[in-house]
Ligand binder design. Sequence first.
Ligand SMILES: NC(=O)c1ccc[n+]([C@@H]2O[C@H](COP(=O)([O-])OP(=O)(O)OC[C@H]3O[C@@H](n4cnc5c(N)ncnc54)[C@H](O)[C@@H]3O)[C@@H](O)[C@H]2O)c1
Length: 245
Amino acid sequence: MTSRVLVTGAYRGIGAACALAFAAAGARVALADIRVPEKTAETAKSSGAAEVLSLACDVSDEAAVVALGRSVETAFGGLDVLVHCAGVIHEAPLLETPVADFDRVIAINLRGSFLIGKMAIGMMTGTEDAPARVVMIASDMAYYGRETFSPYVASKHGILGLVRSWAKEFAPRILANAICPGPIDTEMLGADNMSPEWRARELAIPLARFGKPEEVAELAVFLAGSGGRYFTGQGLGINGGSTMP
Ligand SMILES: NC(=O)c1ccc[n+]([C@@H]2O[C@H](COP(=O)([O-])OP(=O)(O)OC[C@H]3O[C@@H](n4cnc5c(N)ncnc54)[C@H](O)[C@@H]3O)[C@@H](O)[C@H]2O)c1
């Protein structure tokens, strides 16, 4: 059967690259984002997807996530793969971070991961022989702390907690893993706007370059395929050597 895949954060960046990679593999893809990912959907259609849905959803809003689940279930009758990429970054010194900013980052990155994961797992029909896959995009910051990013770092640590727990709760029917990217060249990273000093700091890693969203998408496709069948509860670094946990 052709895979039924839900990709969140599909409007741009890593989510858009994942959407197009699964489309190129001939999957049926449901693309969701707080902004309707219409452009990504158009490209996915011409890239070989068996079917494309383009849906608006704020992942931090429970009612919106439930409605997204209903749309996917109605169209696909279930789900084989979740790739959850929606997220936001936030940078500020702790003493200049109002609790509202902490709440917003946790609501989108962590509560959103809980809501989307719960909805997707609820409609997954995987079996031991053909397990469904949950792929959450965390960050290499899920493994360490970083000054001026504490709410973001905490949210990404939390995603690893969800994935490790779901891996145990749903084995062997569903395999749950996180991808922990290092610096990937997207608008979130904002490499074009970095000062030379900041850029140099980001590039002080063994491979000395930013990763590409397509490279993260290749890893998501791998985890969803037969090569990924013995991976569960893992955080997979794709980071040019930035972190060696
Ligand atoms: N770019 C990097 O260097 C990097 C590194 C590590 C981890 N990540 C993670 O990868 C994921 C994708 O990041 P990216 O670089 O592609 O960023 P991006 O900003 O280009 O894309 C994020 C997408 O999420 C969507 N989004 C934001 N809030 C949402 C909400 N409430 N509901 C639904 N969709 C929402 C945005 O509209 C956007 O399309 C994020 O979780 C990010 O934390 C990125």
